[in-house]
Write a protein that binds this ligand. Structure first.
Ligand code: BG6
Length: 476
């Protein structure tokens, strides 16, 4: 039996671009996700240099355009979340619904009104919104005209967007997250920073410069939030993957430690402690990274530290200093070698519930700030049985084992305040652009060939999660 805090925030998580659809309705401008094709090419394009940011319907499909049509079906979906007993629902605001190009001076009223309706509907059911301000959705115009977050001008545009939404929703939204998986930027600058590197040589320099701009923008957001909504809670959002040394060879232990510092803690140190970490100087020197830091930036960062830390957890990473291509893990987005103790999902993501307890202890040990897990879940193929049911026991097993480890971490003394599992309703996968990679408690009848009615169905896990929430994690 595990004891979760009385007001524990159980719920689910989504992102606008992966489920809203209606990509050209309500005055919305195009954003990054609108030009990312579905299917196999997607990951290749995202990781490559020189992506052209054009839509080519003759070559590709674009599942994000329709998503699962939450834009029109939000009432039905929120009612289903309420039926499961959600206390919190994580969603993002699509920046380009509010400022279609990103650099306008006046917002788009239709976009603002849409989120008013969504927040009102959530409150009607007693569900607290948790809003990600930027979730891989940089307005396309800012990418094409300004080069994404490499350009310092984005801080100014983001400020305007942030002030607009904080003011508009000040009586409706208390919990805010600034940049989704901010530390994923150096791996995949396209997603978080909205640029495709010209070449490998400039990738790191541009990524860290873009990150610096986001650190300043995030800190300014925290300060603004406190002014406009004194009771607000603003968190950072990290992608966290504990790094295990492959063996006890001290060289591998040191290597794993440094990889973890750079990947897991670099951004957290800036956003939580308000300072670049001690190891940054050497890393920047050795990689020829020269940051353009303007006067006042470091003070801003120091003054705008976050109230809590949120993170996504899908997998751990095992690493060694010298590795051959054959040893590399398949499908593990954060890299590393195959871990012989772990099984992987159908997409090759290694499944490691204990890694979540390790993550919680590492983060809490370092920062001693409240933690929230805002993404975790299993992307799997689901089958609709003849009787219309979906028997997703594999998903229940996955979630149960992870929640147990959360319970262990709470026993360890970690201050864990919430859990929103990823893709609580089936949606479009971020990395593969597929509908087939399903995470939801709610099945959506939509398929990669474009077919499907968009009808919603409760999976077996729907009823299981309802019990988990009702019993505050006692009934797993
Ligand atoms: C996280 C992202 O990296 O992982 C989400 O914040 C994403 O947007 C989730 O959907 C799961 O990844 P995928 O590629 O399976 O959709």
């Amino acid at each position: 039996m595990y004891q979760f805090p009385k007001d524990f925030l159980w719920g689910g998580a989504t992102a606008a671009n992966q489920f809203e659809g209606a990509y050209q309705e309500g005055g919305k401008g195009l954003n990054l996700a609108d030009v990312l094709p579905g299917g196999k090419k997607r990951l290749e394009l995202m990781g490559s240099t020189g992506f052209d940011f054009e839509i080519d319907q003759s070559k590709y499909t674009y599942p994000n355009h329709e998503g699962i049509d939450f834009y029109h079906r939000y009432k039905e979906d929120i009612a289903l979340f309420a039926e499961m007993g959600f206390k919190v629902f994580r969603l993002s605001i699509a920046w380009s619904r509010i400022f279609p190009n990103g650099d306008e001076t006046h917002p788009n009223e239709e976009g603002l009104a849409f989120y008013d309706r969504v927040f009102d509907e959530l409150h009607k059911h007693g569900i607290e919104p948790l809003v990600t301000i930027a979730h891989y959705e940089t307005p396309l115009h800012l990418i094409k005209e300004y080069g994404g977050w490499r350009n310092r001008k984005l801080i100014e545009f983001f400020d305007r967007y942030v002030e607009t939404i904080l003011t508009r929703y000040k009586n409706k939204v208390k919990y805010w997250l600034t940049f989704n998986e901010i530390n994923g930027a150096t791996h995949m600058p396209l997603f978080g920073l909205g640029f495709s590197p010209e070449n490998e040589e400039t990738r790191l320099q541009d990524s860290f410069q873009g990150l610096h701009h986001q650190f300043v923008a995030s800190a300014r957001t925290v300060k603004k939030a406190k002014e406009i909504i004194p009771k607000s809670q603003v968190g950072c959002m990290l992608i966290y993957a504990p790094v295990y040394p492959f063996d006890s060879n001290p060289e591998n232990v040191m290597h794993a430690r440094r990889e973890s510092d750079l990947f897991n803690f670099f951004c957290g140190d800036v956003q939580v402690r308000g300072e670049y970490p001690y190891f940054a100087k050497r890393y920047f020197e050795e990689n020829d990274i020269k940051l353009d830091i303007k006067e006042g930036d470091l003070e801003t960062i120091k003054e705008g530290t976050v109230d809590f830390i949120s993170f996504s957890y899908y997998m751990s990473r095992t690493d060694k200093k010298e590795k051959t291509p054959e040893e590399m893990g398949q499908g593990n987005l954060v890299g590393g070698v195959k871990n012989p103790f772990l099984k992987a999902s159908d997409w090759g993501w290694e499944i490691d519930p204990v890694g979540l307890r390790i993550a919680l202890n590492e983060l809490y040990g370092r920062y001693e700030k409240p933690l929230m897990i805002v993404e975790n879940g299993l992307g799997a193929y689901d089958k609709v049985e003849e009787d219309g049911s979906i028997q997703d026991d594999y998903r229940i097993d996955y979630l149960r084992e992870h929640i147990k480890q959360m319970g262990e971490a709470v026993k360890d003394g970690v201050d864990l305040i919430g859990y929103t599992s990823w893709g609580c309703i089936d949606l479009v996968s971020a990395s593969s652009g597929q509908y087939a990679k399903r995470y939801g408690f709610i099945y959506v009848d939509k398929h990669d060939d474009g077919s499907g009615t968009l009808e919603r169905k409760r999976k077996k896990s729907f009823y299981w999660y309802k019990d988990v929430i009702e019993s505050n994690g006692q009934k797993l």
